[in-house]
Ligand binder design. Structure first.
Ligand SMILES: Nc1ncnc2c1ncn2[C@@H]1O[C@H](COP(=O)(O)OP(=O)(O)OP(=O)(O)O)[C@@H](O)[C@H]1O
Length: 227
């Protein structure tokens, strides 16, 4: 059977020590080129869900399939490979490594999966250009503003053309104008690359750019209407 969705999540359940159930029977389908925003109160489990989608955390029940590959059926080595090759992650705190140049930071996901380091470096330069930081590749994180750092983080998440792009509060620390620019870039990247995008956010402005807005609660994700 051909899976029509790039990301297909079925009957996902997760509890944390307490014990406290975060969610159960959670389903989510995201098509190629579609950007979904997930909102919900603090502590409902949004970041936990994103980490499960990325294969960084395990669900208690249910399954996550990326491009038809079920993460739970893979051993750790295979799961790491899927994560490296098919997933781009924009973390809230950027995670730009301070001792690497910006070009090396952006090239890193590609350098991990490709032996052609020169090509990785050239592609990183093109990505920096695409996020408005052309010519800054030799610089370091300490030279950048918060908005610039977030743009580097987006360039790095996209450099290896991942099928699934995940973002945890991608505009969390940015002023409204910079946030709008970063969001537009992110949405273009998802749609332009035919990727599936899932973004966790508290911001209405961020949610507004998504194709669908889903609220996370105990019973899973519920579509918000009339945005
Ligand atoms: N490993 C763990 N052990 C114990 N509790 C955990 C663990 N991981 C997450 N939690 C708890 O699960 C809940 C969900 O956390 P999570 O960070 O996913 O929420 P969130 O919706 O992203 O919140 P916020 O919007 O505040 O970032 C929190 O109450 C958190 O303390």
């Amino acid at each position: 059977m051909i899976e029509p969705f790039l990301l297909a999540v079925r009957a996902l359940g997760k509890s944390v020590p307490g014990p406290r159930e975060l969610f159960r029977a959670l389903d989510l389908d995201v098509r190629a080129g579609e950007l979904v925003a997930i909102i919900g109160e603090s502590g409902v489990g949004k970041s936990t869900l994103l980490n499960i989608l990325a294969g960084l955390d395990d669900a208690d029940t249910g399954s996550v399939a990326i491009d038809g590959i079920v993460l739970g059926e893979l051993d750790e080595t295979a799961r790491t490979r899927v994560r490296r090759e098919r997933i781009g992650f924009v973390f809230q705190a950027f995670h730009i490594l301070p001792y690497l140049t910006l070009r090396q930071n952006v090239a890193l996901p590609l350098a991990l999966i490709s032996p052609d380091q020169a090509a990785a470096s050239a592609r990183a330069e093109a990505m920096l250009d695409a996020v408005g930081l052309g010519g800054r590749g030799d610089g370091y994180a300490r030279d950048l503003s918060g908005g610039e750092l977030q743009r580097v983080a987006i360039a790095r998440a996209l450099v290896h053309r991942p099928a699934l792009i995940l973002a945890d509060e991608p505009t969390g620390n940015l002023d409204p104008e910079t946030a709008a620019r970063v969001l537009a870039l992110f949405a273009d990247a998802v749609r332009g690359n035919g990727a599936a995008g899932v973004m966790v956010t508290h911001s209405d402005a961020s949610a507004a750019i998504a194709d669908r807005v889903l609220t996370l609660g105990r019973d899973g994700l519920v579509e918000r209407r009339g945005v």
